[in-house]
Design a protein around this ligand. Structure first.
Ligand code: LLP
Length: 382
């Protein structure tokens, strides 16, 4: 829901643009921080979801750490002022340069995704005369029951070290003098709305923690990743149920004294705080279909084209007197450049403003220049 003040503000801005509601972001962050504090859980923000500076600054100010997946993200986290001791670096394909740079930054930990990567980090740390902390990302073969393309914790996925490789992983860790093992890491997928999935994850985390302990390792950190979903159908002021989410981990994880539980939340923190605002360029009324052609396309918001993701579509210039069904499409030369089919909207005219809701996560960051499109604009609530 946008206020009259918002829509008056939008009328003066060049479309398309991502609009960030910083108040909602702040409320979401505070709710999450308060809920995590109850159990003394540590939250790292998964920066891949959104690395807009204003958004990052608020997240840093909340006291969260940063979960990065590239050298670029590590550098950005440092630049924004995240504490180096709260920066973790994950990813299946860290380059030598990225590893060297992160070693120079003395970040908290590398989440390591293969045995070969362990050996390379050890070798590069040795060359620098450093010892660095590592957590082992384990692929727990837990089904996240989410969209196939955003599932990461099954045997068939490329992420993490599979359970049958753990004996070799443990042997390698013992040989690597420049690595300090600090714990185990998991991330089974994104947009998880069935919280029972996390109970299954906890059972596996407990098993793997014991497995390492039995082999003489001290498991100081249990990093259970992120993935908490948001309600794309009800974007207005929605804050995910962080207390219920954290309670599951409190109830089902066996946490030893002195053990820390870490989370890497992305979407749940930033998903609802932004909408993509676009202008109607043309309305084409056909025999079989009516099309609304927007000035935003898959180049600004890729998720519908890539994952058939749903984003609520609203005409914010009109209220519903006559309702018409439209296919809402972008200007890009691809048939998948479609935000929604048979969407019921008030009768829409050229020049109306259309909001695509819940675009704070994996929206602006996934924009591209395909068709030589320009950078998407950005606006804030203050
Ligand atoms: N940790 C790791 C290791 C990850 O790979 C991810 C996301 C996260 C944490 C944060 O997950 P979240 O809490 O945001 O679900 N582009 C896709 C989502 C890809 C997620 C990739 N990994 C989308 O638009 O739905």
């Amino acid at each position: 829901m946008f206020s009259d003040k918002d829509t008056a503000h939008f009328a003066n801005l060049e479309t398309p643009f991502y609009y960030y509601d910083l108040n909602l972001l702040q409320k979401t962050l505070s709710t999450c921080a308060d809920a995590a504090k109850v159990y003394n859980f540590h939250v790292h923000y998964a920066m891949k979801a959104n690395f807009n500076n204003r958004v990052l600054e608020k997240i840093r100010a909340t006291g969260f750490g940063a979960d990065c997946v590239s050298g670029g993200e590590v550098n950005k986290a440092v630049e924004i002022g995240f504490e180096k001791g709260q920066i973790v670096f994950a990813g299946v394909g860290k380059s030598d340069k990225e590893i060297n740079d992160a070693l120079d930054q003395d970040i908290f930990c590398f989440n390591v995704e293969s045995i070969q990567e362990l050996e390379i980090i050890d070798e590069l740390a040795a060359k620098k005369g450093k010892k660095t902390r590592v957590a082992i990302r384990i692929n727990p073969n837990v089904d996240a029951h989410t969209h196939h393309n955003i599932t990461t914790g099954l045997d068939e996925n490329k992420f993490g070290i599979n359970s049958w490789d753990l004996p070799l992983c443990a042997e390698t860790l013992k040989k690597c003098a420049n690595l300090e093992f600090i714990g185990i890491h998991f991330h089974i997928g994104s947009q998880i709305t069935n919280l029972d999935v996390y109970k299954n994850l906890c059972v596996r985390v407990n098993e793997f923690a014991i497995w390492f302990e039995e082999r003489g390792f001290v498991v100081k950190v249990l990093n259970v990743g992120g993935g908490l979903g948001i309600d794309y159908h009800n974007p207005d002021g929605q804050i995910p149920d962080f207390p219920a989410y954290f309670k599951i981990f409190n109830d089902f994880l066996e946490v030893r004294p002195n053990q820390e539980v870490h989370f890497e939340l992305g979407r749940a923190l930033v998903g609802q705080c932004s909408s993509l605002i676009s202008k109607v360029l043309y309305v084409k009324n056909g025999k079989k279909k009516n099309f609304i052609i927007l000035d935003a396309g898959m180049t600004e918001l890729m998720r519908p084209a890539l994952y058939q993701a749903y984003h609520k579509i609203e005409n914010i210039s009109k209220s519903a007197e006559v309702v018409v069904k439209y296919d809402v499409v972008g200007p890009i030369c691809e048939s998948t450049d479609c935000f929604g089919k048979e969407v019921e909207l008030p009768e829409t005219l050229r020049g109306d403003l259309i909001a695509l809701r819940s675009t704070g996560a994996y929206g602006e960051v996934m924009a591209s220049h395909y068709n030589l499109r320009e950078n998407v604009n950005v606006a804030f609530s203050d």
